[in-house]
Design a protein around this ligand. Sequence first.
Ligand code: PRT
Ligand code: ZN
Length: 300
Amino acid sequence: MEPSAQRIKIAVQKSGRLTDHSIDLLERCGLKVTKSKDQLFCFGENMPIDLLLVRDDDIPGLVSDDVCDLGIVGLNVVEEKRFASEADGRPARFKQVFELDFGHCRLSIAGPEETAYDDLESLNNTRIATSYVGLLNNFLSKNGIDAEAVYFSGAVEIAPRLGRAEYICDLVSTGSTLKANGLRELDVLLESEAVIIQTEKPLGADKQALVDKILQRLDGVLQVRESKYIMLHAPKSALAEIHELLPGTEAPTVLRLDGSDDKVAVHAVCRENVFWETLENLKAAGASSLLVLPVEKMLD
Ligand code: PRT
Ligand code: ZN
């Protein structure tokens, strides 16, 4: 087995909204893990990759301080850490590698239903309760708004009722929490989703090769989610039109059909979902024997 310095460490949320998705994504990259008894660590059985299970707020710091090589965390947490580190004069040392298409939410300003809110100017000389002081202050100063960020570590939505702030700045997904608290969403600061971040510290060649491999597999897993393999028969004369109709396809494979001079078989990977409307349009353009299959794995 590799010495522990040669193993990749990935920081993942221990218990929360991102946990299952993060582990599922890594398992779909081929990683098999066993959890330690204390549930703080997942040991990679078939690859030199281990998972550190921690609070999401700690993930950017663990990657920035090189305790972990990679981390999976919400963009909201990453950006808040970036601003907090800058304010401390110790810029964060991680790079965002790519978005993972889960954990979608937005960081928004909200206020009581009855608030007369025209635009951002309405926030001038008010107090805004938030756990995202860094992101909020950056947004306010970028927009030339003079308002006070009041730090709340949780239950931000009750701040207006307590008389602690006129507005709040918090994560929203369905909007039902705001509604239940008599609040309405007024402006969006940040669209967020889970992202993978990487330490900026140069890794040795072997470790970097393994990080590149896992990132390439992650990219493949994300691509196949939307991708479909499509097969159809088409008159040669309709090929150009049919190619145009295939969503997200670069170069379809065109094959001869036995016993037919005017028809061919077309096979293509569509990197976008194929809807019934697309199939109906293909049929109207002359295609027949249409078949759409899911793609299990992809490597570009
Ligand atoms: O214990 P730990 O610190 O690790 O977890 P946590 O409680 O800080 O985080 P957790 O598990 O709640 O969320 C982890 C990440 O999920 C967040 O950082 C976001 O990137 C993402 N995410 C996606 C959300 C939501 N959707 C979300 N709706 N995080 C929080 N919420 C909360 C929000 O704060 C508000 O209280 O849900 C409520 C609003 O939801 P709706 O659907 O009523 O609008
Ligand atoms: Zn947290």
